[in-house]
Ligand binder design. Structure first.
Ligand code: PLP
Ligand SMILES: N[C@@H](CCOP(=O)(O)O)C(=O)O
Length: 467
C-alpha cells in the first residue's frame, strides 16, 4: 500500500515510511492511495473473532509489505493484551436504539490507547530494523499525551516531548502524563496557550529544516496515519456485533481533531454499512459549522467541561476534504494555504456535498452536556464523561431511522473528569484500582512560554540527534 500527501507534492511512502514520517514534508497528511474494500462475505466472516485477530485482519491491507500478517497479529495481541476488558472495546446498551462503545479500557482510560498501544510497538519494530532513533513531538488537550507517554515510556531509541496547554487539562489527565518519570519522557506545559497553539508548534517543527536536519521528528497525534488505521477496527467490531454486513449501523462521535470520526469514514469506504456518522462537538464548534453551513473559520477557544475537545483547528478535516473533494492535492494545498493565512475557509460545493452523503453534525453546550450525563445516570445507571455526553446528546437528537442502531463512542472514562460528572449526577466516579495512586505520585514537567522558539530550543537542548 502506498501513501500520498493530501497536498500533492510530498513523495509517496510505504506504511513504514508514513508511520515514521508522521506529517508529510509538504505540510499535508498521508492517506492511502486507494481504499481497500472487504466484500459482505469477508465482513460476515469476521464475526466472533477475538479483537486482536479482527484488528490484524482489518489493518493488514494498509500495512502491506511492511509487516507480515503473522507479525502484525503478534503486535495486536501484545497491544490489546494490556486492556482491562476481554472484549477490548465492549458495547453496552442504553435503550432499543442507543448503544455505547466503551473505548476506555486501556491503560490511560481513553480511546487513544487503542491506537497508541499499537503505535508504540510499531515504532519499536521499525526503528530496530535499522537502529534509528526518533524524536516524538506531540500536542495534547489531555488524552493523547498520557496514552502516547504510556506507549513509549522507557522504550529504546525514542524520546517524547509532549506539549499541553497549561491549566487546560483535568488534574487526572495532567498527572497521568507528569507522573511518568522515565528519562525519555518530557512534559512541556505551555503558558497562555490553547491546544491549537500547541498543535501549530508541532506542525511547524516538522517543516523547520534546522530541526529536521538534526533530529528525526516523529508524530503520535492523529496526523500520523497509523493512529487512524488502528481506530478503524472498533467500528468493524461494533458494526459486526450489531448485524453488519446485513444491517446498517450509525455512529455518533465526540469530535475535536476529526481523527476518530475520520476512522469511521474509512470503515465505510472499506465496505462496512455505515448509515450515518454524527459529528458531535462542544461549543468549540468549527466542525459543526463547517458541516452544516460550509463555514470553516477558526473561532476563539472556549474552555469547557470536555477539555479534550476544546479545539478550533481540526487537523484531520483536511483528510476528509481531500477524499470527498476529488483528491486534488494541488487545489487543496492552495485552499489550506489560504486558510493558514486568513484563519477562514469556505468549503467547495463538491466538499460539502461529498461530506453530506455520510456526515451530519450537532453541538452541545454546557447545559446539554450536563443534562445528558444526568439522563444516562438516571435512566440507564451509566456514568459517562462530558465528551461522551456530547456524542450521546447528538445521537439522541439525530433523527436516525429507529430500525438502525446508533452507537455513541464513549471516548473517556468518567473518572478522568470527576468534578463534571459529580456536578451532573451527585456521583463521584472513582479511578480504577490500577491507577488509584495517581495523586500520590511525584510530578515532572517544564513550564514554557507558548512560543515556537522556546519549544524548539528545549527539544534541541535535550533530544538525541539522528542516528
Ligand atoms: C475524550 C476525548 N473525546 C473525544 C476526542 C475527539 O477526538 P478526535 O480528536 O479524534 O476528534 C478527544 C480528543 O481529541 C478526546 O480526548
Ligand atoms: N483530544 C486530543 C487532542 C489531540 O488529538 P489527536 O487525536 O490528534 O492526537 C488529546 O486528548 O490530546
Amino acid at each position: 500500500m502506498e501513501y500520498i500527501s493530501t497536498r500533492g507534492s510530498a513523495p509517496a511512502l510505504d506504511f513504514e515510511g508514513a508511520t515514521l514520517a508522521g506529517l508529510a514534508s509538504d505540510g499535508g497528511l498521508y492517506v492511502p492511495r486507494e481504499w481497500p474494500r472487504f466484500s459482505a462475505d469477508e465482513i460476515a466472516g469476521m464475526a466472533g473473532l477475538p479483537y486482536a485477530e479482527l484488528a490484524a485482519k482489518v489493518m493488514h491491507p494498509f500495512v502491506g509489505a511492511s509487516l507480515t500478517y503473522e507479525r502484525l497479529l503478534e503486535l495486536t495481541t501484545q497491544a490489546y493484551g494490556r486492556f482491562s476488558h476481554k472484549a477490548v472495546t465492549p458495547l453496552s446498551q442504553f435503550d432499543e436504539q442507543q448503544w455505547l462503545l466503551e473505548l476506555f479500557h486501556g491503560p490511560t482510560l481513553a480511546f487513544k490507547d487503542v491506537a497508541l498501544q499499537l503505535l508504540g510497538l510499531l515504532f519499536e519494530e521499525f526503528l530496530s530494523r535499522s537502529d534509528r532513533n526518533l524524536t516524538i513531538v506531540g500536542a495534547t488537550s489531555g488524552d493523547t499525551g498520557s496514552a502516547a507517554i504510556d506507549a513509549v515510556a522507557g522504550r529504546a531509541n525514542v524520546d517524547i516531548y509532549m506539549l499541553h496547554p497549561k491549566g487546560r487539562v483535568s488534574d487526572v489527565q495532567r498527572r497521568q502524563m507528569t507522573t511518568v518519570l522515565a528519562p525519555n519522557v518530557h512534559n512541556l506545559a505551555l503558558e497562555n496557550a490553547s491546544f491549537d497553539d500547541a498543535q501549530a508548534i508541532v506542525k511547524r517543527m516538522f517543516n523547520d529544516r534546522a530541526m529536521t536536519d538534526r533530529f528525526a521528528i516523529g508524530a503520535v497525534n492523529s496526523i500520523n496515519w497509523a493512529r487512524l488505521m488502528a481506530q478503524v477496527v472498533y467500528y468493524f467490531a461494533a458494526g459486526i456485533q450489531l448485524g453488519a454486513p446485513h444491517r446498517e449501523v450509525a455512529f455518533s462521535v465526540p469530535t475535536g481533531n476529526f481523527g476518530d470520526v475520520f476512522a469511521g469514514h474509512v470503515a465505510a469506504r472499506m465496505g462496512l454499512p455505515v448509515a450515518r456518522l454524527i459529528v458531535a462537538t462542544n461549543v468549540n464548534d468549527i466542525l459543526h459549522r463547517a458541516l452544516s453551513s460550509g463555514d470553516y473559520s477558526q473561532g476563539q477557544v472556549t474552555p469547557t467541561a470536555a477539555p479534550s475537545m476544546d479545539i478550533q483547528v481540526s487537523s484531520n478535516f483536511e483528510r476528509l476534504l481531500f477524499d470527498v473533494g476529488g483528491r486534488d492535492g494541488k487545489a487543496l494545498a492552495a485552499q489550506m494555504a489560504d486558510f493558514e493565512a486568513t484563519r477562514a475557509m469556505q468549503l467547495t460545493n463538491a466538499q460539502r456535498e461529498g461530506a453530506a452523503t455520510l456526515f451530519q453534525s450537532a453541538r452541545a453546550d454546557a447545559d446539554e452536556m450536563r443534562q445528558t450525563i444526568r439522563w444516562a445516570w438516571e435512566n440507564c445507571g451509566e456514568l459517562i464523561d462530558p465528551h461522551t455526553a456530547c456524542g450521546l446528546f447528538a445521537a439522541r437528537d439525530a433523527g436516525i431511522d429507529p430500525a438502525i442502531p446508533v452507537v455513541t463512542l464513549a471516548t473517556a472514562h468518567p473518572a478522568k473528569f470527576p468534578e463534571a460528572v459529580e456536578r451532573a449526577t451527585g456521583q463521584r466516579p472513582g479511578l480504577p484500582t490500577r491507577v488509584g495512586d495517581l495523586f500520590d505520585r511525584e510530578e515532572k514537567c517544564a513550564d514554557l512560554p507558548g512560543e515556537y522558539d522556546a519549544v524548539a530550543a528545549f527539544v534541541a537542548g535535550h533530544a538525541t540527534p539522528k542516528a
